[in-house]
Design a protein around this ligand. Sequence first.
Ligand SMILES: Cc1cc2nc3c(=O)[nH]c(=O)nc-3n(C[C@H](O)[C@H](O)[C@H](O)COP(=O)(O)OP(=O)(O)OC[C@H]3O[C@@H](n4cnc5c(N)ncnc54)[C@H](O)[C@@H]3O)c2cc1C
Length: 453
Amino acid sequence: MASIYQKLASLLGKRALGEPDAMEPYGRDESDLKFFPPEAVALVQSGEEIREVLHLADLDGIFVTPRGLGSGKTGGALPVKGGIVLSTERMRGIHQIDAENLLAVVEPGVVTGDLISRVEEEGLFYPPDPASLDVCSLGGNVAENAGGPRAFKYGVTREYVLGLELALMGGEGLSIGRRTVKGVTGMDLVALITGSEGTLAVISEITLKLLPRPQRVETFLAVFGDVLSAGRAVSQMIRDGHRPRTLELLDEQVVEHLAEQGKWPLPSGTAALLLVELDGEEGLEAQLLRAAQACEASGAREILVATDEARRRTLWEMRRQVSTMLGEMHRFRVAEDVAVPRAAISEMLSRLHGLAREFEVGIATYGHAGDGNLHVNVVYDEEIAAARVESLIEAIFRHALDLGGTLSGEHGIGVTKRRYMHLEQSPALLALQQKLKGAFDPRGLLNPGKLLP
Ligand SMILES: Cc1cc2nc3c(=O)[nH]c(=O)nc-3n(C[C@H](O)[C@H](O)[C@H](O)COP(=O)(O)OP(=O)(O)OC[C@H]3O[C@@H](n4cnc5c(N)ncnc54)[C@H](O)[C@@H]3O)c2cc1C
């Protein structure tokens, strides 16, 4: 009988991979999970090929795991049950940028940062900017409903997805959504697919909403002597009605790591940082001044304004490499991403301090504080019993939920958080989602072992 690889090769020729060496990159992602080798990889190049692969897999009962660029942090793109990895990495076409209707039509494998740069060249703006924007795809962003620093003002990926071309298990193609600004015909399946982590359908084309590009951007770094003052500054700015496009927080532990890295000159006594960015046209200086004053009123010791583009880029480079830095500087790291209501940020930070003391580990926290979305990194260098780490992770989730928060602000549930879903969602809600999954994929062949317990 023909192997999975041979069947794929009959469809895709050399774009079917089956050699063990070739499986290496497709059995990993940016989660800390182990290697899960697929049986074969399909490097598809069109919606038609995606449908053909799903048709073939359905006929033979083969598991299929959709994959963008593998930057996911919860194991969503890992073929945990083997089968085919369906990679969209070669689908990088930007079919249309329509300045009149403010929309773009793209293939799912387009690198997010590439679309952002392309539309900016045309005076347009695509706001969702995950810190991984140079290494993730728009298909992955839609599947995970990715956020990013600019979400504070502009919202997350969901707000920009107008329409999708989908392929269902079995090979049927579907167009959902619209190209118009408004539109309420039928149920909002675009909203259902966005954030469904590749468990319901494979996205083969995306129509995205664009905005006019803001004329000016101003960025500053507020330096604090302690993280709770930085947390207070965030709450104060929100209460006072400031609308910066980003409000990024880096806590004491992160600042210590940055200092150790030695690449980023920070004033002595720096214990926490807020990276604040504003955009617009008229009155931006006045807005910047008011935001800086709000930080000072909450205890900021210094305000460092990025006076030119090079300085602004350096600040963002520092911020964007934090996740990688923490992973590289420790033997062990567990990266979580919870969200709490904005007003509860200071309380969550202080509870995390308590947990770090109780469990005697480092907890380095940073993230999109304006959205209450905190990336909580448990870091340590001496081995600790797995059960102890698990109790700490569960305690972090329980505190976030106790404050009215959620298990994941943007990285999704994937494999790593599946077992905690019951902490947040009722049995009835989980059962309803299982029924939805069954309606799209009755045999459970698409992205098995993800999202739902
Ligand atoms: C350093 C770093 C920083 C990050 N910062 C952020 C951040 O600021 N905000 C944020 O939201 N995330 C962030 N992430 C997480 C990650 O980049 C996002 O989840 C991103 O959306 C994943 O895109 P990808 O193309 O790499 O998807 P993959 O990792 O390849 O896949 C992710 C999920 O999407 C599904 N999928 C992929 N393509 C399709 C498709 N065409 N159809 C259906 N399902 C599909 C997969 O099955 C999987 O479940 C970060 C990751 C890293 C490593």
